[in-house]
Design a protein around this ligand. Sequence first.
Ligand code: ADP
Ligand code: MG
Length: 580
Amino acid sequence: MSVDPNTPVLRNCIRLPLPEDELIEVTAKAKDYAIMHGAAMRSKSNFSEDSLNFAPFVLVPSSFPRKEFEKAVALQPIINRLMHNVAHDEEFITTTLAETIKVDEFTANLFNIYRKVLAHGFTQRTSLGMLRSDLMLESGCPELSPKALLWRGEAGEDGQATAAAAAVAAGTGSGGGVGVGVCGGKPRAKAETMEEEEEEAAVKRNEQLSRATVSGVSTATVASKDRKAAAYCCWKQVEINTIASGFGHLGPASKTVQSFVLRELGHADKLPNMPHNNALAGLCDGMVKAWDIYAKPQSVILFIIEDVSYNICDQRFHEFYIRETYPHIKVLRRTLTDVHREGKLGLNKELLLGGLEVAVIYFRAGYEPGHYHSQDEWDARYLMETSLAIKCPSIQYHLAGTKKVQQALAQPAVLERFINDPEEMKAVGKIFTGLYSLDDNEAGNATYEMALRTPEKFVLKPQREGGGNNVYGVDIPDALKRMSRVERSAWILMDLIHPPLTKGYMVRPGAEMPPTIVDMVSELGIFGVVIGDADHIIHNYQAGHMLRTKLSTANEGGVAAGLGALDSPYLIDSDDEDEN
Ligand code: ADP
Ligand code: MG
C-alpha cells in the first residue's frame, strides 16, 4: 500500500537513531530477553516443537495519544455489553446474515449450527465472551479539534525546540514559546507563552493540512519537516473479535521486553508512560469465573487448538497462569478432530473427554474454513455447542463477530436497538468509520459503484478472521468484477483508516543486524470479558490491551502471519481540554 506523503508522524518516545554500537548491543540483548520471557513463537520456516524463535518486535514502544487510549479503555465495557446484546438478538443476527449465508458457505455452516441449537434450545444459557476491539488512530478525522492541531517541534524526547519549529510551521519565523501539541512526551503547559497570532496561524496551517489529508490531496506547500508536527485525532474501530482473540500473553510480554530496552538505554524515567497491562490475568480469570459458574470441582477447561500451534506462547502462558494461580484447575488442549474422536455427551449433556468433564471451552481455532478438514470437525463443533460446557465463544457470539454484523451496527438506527443511553450511543457511534453493505439491493449496488469509482479509499472484507483475506484499494475493482451480484453479499466495504506514522526499529528473526529505522503504523487491541445469558450480565470488564505494529507500506500486520511486530503503547499527552 502506498502512504500519503502528508501522513503525520507521532513524536518518538526517545531520540533516534541510536548510536550503532549501542543499537547492536541492545538489540542482541533484547532478542535473548524476548525468547527468555516468552515473547516468542515457533518458526514457520524451520518448525520444531522443541524450539522457539523470538517474535518480531519493535525495539522501543510506539507512541499513542493518552486520551485516545483512555477513551478506548473506558469504552470497552460498553462494547462488551453491546456485543452481548447483539449475540442474544436472534432476529437481528438472522436478518443481518440472511444474504451473506446464501453465498458464504463457511458462515452458512456456522449459522446452521446456530439454527439447530435454537431449535433444540440452549443447553447452556451462559456465554463467556473474551473480545478484542481493534482500532487505529485516524489522522484524517473530520472532527479534528483546532486546538489539538497546534504545531509542535521536531521529534525529540523532551519537547525542546518545539516552539521554534512551531513558529517555522506557522510561517512567523520567530520562536520563543513553550511547546504545545498532542505529540508531547509529558503533559505540558498550554500555549500561554505563545503569541496569539502565532497560535492562530499554526491552527490555520493545521486546518489546511487536515483538509488535505482528508481529501487525499497532496500538499506540496507543506514541507516534510513541518509535517512531523501534525496531530492525530480520533480512533476508528478496525474490527471486533469474538473468537480466538490472541495476544493476551504477547501484549504484556511486549511491554516487558520494551521496558527492559528502555532501562538498558538509560530511559527508566519513561516507564510510567507505558500503561499497566493485565491482559493475561484478565482473560484467564474470565475463564476461571466461567469455571466457577459451572460449579463442578473436578471439571476442566478445554482449549480448542489448531493442528499445529505456531503462536504457542500465547496459549501456553494462559494454561500455565491458570495452573499457577488456581492449582486445582486442569487445562486440556485438543483439536476439533480430537474432540470428534474422543468427545461425547453425558446424561445431562456434559461434554466428556475420556474420563474428564469439560466446564469451559476456549476456542483458539475454529474461526476459518481450514480448521474444518471434514464433516467430522463440524460435528465436533456442534457437539460442543449442544453441550453443557460454557463456550468462548458460543455460536451466537461467533456470529456476532462477523464483519457483516459490524457493518450493520455502524448504522445509528441499528445501534439504537442495542444501546439505550444517548451518551453511550454517541460514543460508540463515533468509533465506526464508513462501513457499507454489498448486498444485492439498491444500497449494495450504490456501494459497488462507489468502490469502482474511488477504490483507493476502501478495503473490501469477506466474513473471515485471521488475516490475509482482505482486498485493498486498486485491487478492489477487479475482485468485485469477478463476483456476481449475489456473491458480493459475502463481502463488506470499509473506508480505509489512515493512521499516523511512527518511526522506529523493527527486529525480526533472521533479519540483518543492526535494524534500520522504518516508517510504521500501529493497531491497538483492547480486551474485554463479558459473562452472562440472555437476561443478565454477571461479569463485564476491560481486560488489558495489545499493540501490533507493521511497516507503513504493508496492508496487514498479523504477527503470526509474518508482517507485524509486537509493540506496546507509550502514552503521550495533549493539553487540549476541548478535545472530543
Ligand atoms: P481479520 O479478521 O482478518 O484480522 P481485519 O478486519 O482485522 O481482518 O483486517 C486485517 C488487517 O487489515 C488489520 O489488522 C489492519 O492492519 C488492516 N485493515 C483492516 N481494515 C482496515 C481499514 N479500514 N483501514 C486500514 N487498515 C485496515
Ligand atoms: Mg483483525
